[in-house]
Design a protein around this ligand. Structure first.
Ligand code: SAM
Length: 296
């Protein structure tokens, strides 16, 4: 019975598995493995994983989180870049028939095709992962840009990045990443994870962030590409005002400036404000107003 096997997630077993296979942890791939079973269980609970769910995991490592997901989900598809770990995973996850490990770089993965190929329809789609920290932001952007509607994304990342994702307007941590994520999903930090529960230990503490599909879809910008350009450009020089950033983004000539002033007025945004004060809705309104003036 799968449930009676010793869990993968404990420091002694993790080191023993690595030793058996003659493996070292690759820092360049962000290999800090979780070895605390309670934290893993809390991650799975935060994602409310049930047998209704198909779950994608990024970076299974030696399978510690994958195992906990497999015990509760309908099916788990885990994408791992490090080919050295494939025989390990085949072994550690052999008791679980509902797991598929795919040798794949997440940033190059065509998730839509993989989902169609490996998951039966009619299930909720969730993503749960202890992310490789060196590419946290590119992975989040890849997931959001994929257009795939995840019911829930629960991911572990550096605490500082998690704080940016969950930040409210007007706070220091609020920036283009906060807007990009909060435009699509509701975000909340579930809990903080100390660095001591990883083997090897990373340099920073971590946090679990829960992203849930928005129940009420916000008004969509007329041109999403322009909206994203505006958000990025507005935070380009954080010390400068929104107005200065807009000039760097669209131009400083008097005609452009006049149009931008009118757009700010239409969107009910003060010229002197800083980008970090703007809500997602403000950015959408401004993007549409600029668009109407022919500025994009
Ligand atoms: N899930 C395991 C755990 O919680 O113990 C391991 C997490 S470890 C922080 C990150 C994992 O992501 C490693 O197994 C690493 O090899 C893998 N990884 C790194 N870059 C990747 C990429 N571009 N695509 C897929 N997996 C990647």
């Amino acid at each position: 019975m799968a449930n009676e096997l010793p869990e993968i997630a404990n420091p002694t077993r993790t080191r023993a598995i690595m030793e058996t296979y003659g493996l070292t942890f690759k820092k360049s791939l962000g290999q800090n493995f979780l070895t605390d079973i309670n934290i893993l269980k809390n991650i799975v609970a935060a994602a409310e994983v049930s047998e209704e769910d198909n779950v994608i995991e990024i970076g299974p490592g030696i399978g510690a989180l994958t195992e906990q997901l497999a015990k509760r989900a309908n099916k788990v598809m885990a994408l791992e870049i490090d080919d050295r770990l494939l025989p390990v995973l085949a072994d550690t996850l052999s008791p679980y028939e509902n797991v598929e490990v795919i040798h794949q770089d997440i940033l190059k993965a065509d998730l839509e095709a993989l989902i169609a190929e490996h998951f039966e329809p009619g299930h909720k789609l969730k993503l749960v992962a202890n992310l490789p920290y060196y590419i946290t932001t590119p992975i989040l952007m890849h997931l959001l840009d994929s257009g795939i509607e995840f019911e829930t994304i629960v991911v572990m990342m550096q605490k500082e990045v998690a704080e940016r994702l969950a930040a409210n307007p007007g706070t220091k941590a609020y920036g283009s990443l906060s807007v990009a994520v909060q435009y699509e999903m509701d975000s909340e930090i579930a809990f903080i994870v100390p660095k001591t529960v990883f083997v090897p230990q990373p340099n920073v503490d971590s946090a679990i962030i829960v992203l849930n599909k928005k129940k009420v879809k916000p008004k969509e910008p007329q041109d999403e590409k322009h909206f994203k350009k505006l958000v990025k450009g507005s935070f380009m020089h954080r010390r400068k005002s929104l107005w200065n950033n807009l000039q760097s983004l669209y131009g400083k000539d008097s005609e452009t400036k006049e149009k931008m002033l009118q757009a700010l007025e239409v969107a009910d945004i003060k010229q002197s404000i800083r980008a970090e004060k703007l809500t997602v809705a403000d950015f959408i309104n401004l993007s549409d107003a600029l668009e109407k003036m022919g500025i994009n």
